[in-house]
Design a protein around this ligand. Structure first.
Ligand SMILES: O=CC(=O)O
Length: 335
């Protein structure tokens, strides 16, 4: 046994009780793999308790060393402050905007995340949404299933992908995967990012508005933070222009959603493919009604295969923490 009280060969539950892990809201991985996780850890389920959250946290304050969190589950300053023994937050997401990282840094709480585990899956959906919006696959499906084709309707033409200029906002691991997928279609890739990347020869724009003015489609792949919140505003959307499409697989709040809805309704941009929204799972009714918008329920990150890999990563990170070993996918908390 190590100093955190964790025993790898944890056969006798009385002698070596399973380490306790706090879960504030059920993460998607629970739906499919809770049994597997529960073989190793005892989950304290805040959402399942009749107690109000603060009282639940106070009750377990001294026994909680680790939290299991996910992409839309806030881990706030007040939660962290109520848990004096907290040493680790493991999130099943790649995005970290929901965790108060500053408080983690201040308190010396480590954070582990999904890293680039989902990047290929997210890039597949980004390209899928682009092709769908451009070639009107979902709209065509509605046209057929609503009987309009059989009634001699006139389905409007889509537009070609090859040879088009695609602007990627955020050239991290997801953005790079998107670029890799679009190059063989004959697309010209441009990008904006915090810094110019020496690993690619794509034209770089430090200003997202200039990127929008120089490309035909924008694919949002960056993270949400104070700098990127509502970065895609009216000015950027107008620069993208009337034939422009916007695809978002980052976070809803990177786009000023109200402004995007207005631009879509007034024909200031041509269409959108969206996996993420400002107020999930609520999607503005105007977006639902538009035929030039393709919607997806924040599922770009999850496939059966990556969820399997994710559960192993979560277990690996928690086991490492409780055995005082290096985390498998730590977040580097800069000074
Ligand atoms: O959106 C999900 C994630 O950040 O992993």
């Amino acid at each position: 046994m190590d100093c955190n009280g964790y025993h790898q060969e944890n056969h006798d539950q009385n002698l070596f009780p399973k380490p306790k892990v706090l879960v504030l809201e059920p993460p998607p991985v629970f739906k499919y793999h809770e049994d597997k996780l529960s073989q190793k850890f005892h989950f304290l389920k805040a959402w399942d308790s009749p107690l109000p959250l603060d009282q639940f946290l106070t009750t377990h304050a001294h026994s909680v060393q680790a939290i299991l969190s996910h992409g839309t589950c806030p881990v706030t300053t007040s939660t962290i402050r109520l848990l004096p023994s907290l040493g680790l937050i493991v999130t099943t997401s790649s995005g970290l905007n929901q965790i108060d990282l500053q408080e983690c840094r201040r308190r010396g709480v480590s954070v582990a995340y999904a890293g680039s585990l989902f990047s290929a899956d997210v890039a597949d959906i980004a390209v899928g949404l682009l092709i769908d919006a451009l070639r009107k696959i979902s709209a065509g499906n509605r046209y057929v299933t609503q009987g309009l084709w059989a009634n001699n309707g006139d389905f409007s033409l889509g537009s070609k992908l090859g040879g088009r200029k695609v602007g990627i906002v955020g050239l991290g691991s997801i953005g790079l995967e998107v670029g890799k997928r679009l190059e063989p279609f004959g697309c010209n890739i441009l990008y904006s990012s915090r810094n110019k990347k020496s690993s690619v020869s794509y034209p770089y724009y430090s200003n997202v508005c200039e990127l929008a003015a120089n490309c035909e489609f924008l694919i949002i792949c960056c993270e949400l933070n104070d700098q990127t919140r509502h970065m895609i505003n009216k000015e950027v959307l107008l620069a993208l222009g009337k034939k422009g499409l916007i695809i978002n697989v980052g976070r809803g709040a990177i786009i000023d959603e109200q402004e995007m809805v207005r631009c879509l309704m007034q024909g200031e941009i041509a269409g959108a493919g969206l996996d993420v929204f400002e107020n999930e799972p609520h999607v503005p009714s105007e977006l639902i009604a538009l035929d030039n918008v393709v919607l997806s329920p924040h599922r770009a990150v999850h496939t059966e295969e990556t969820l399997m890999a994710l559960v192993e990563l979560v277990i690996g990170n928690l086991e490492a923490f409780f055995s005082n070993k290096p985390l498998l996918s730590p977040v580097i908390l800069d000074e």
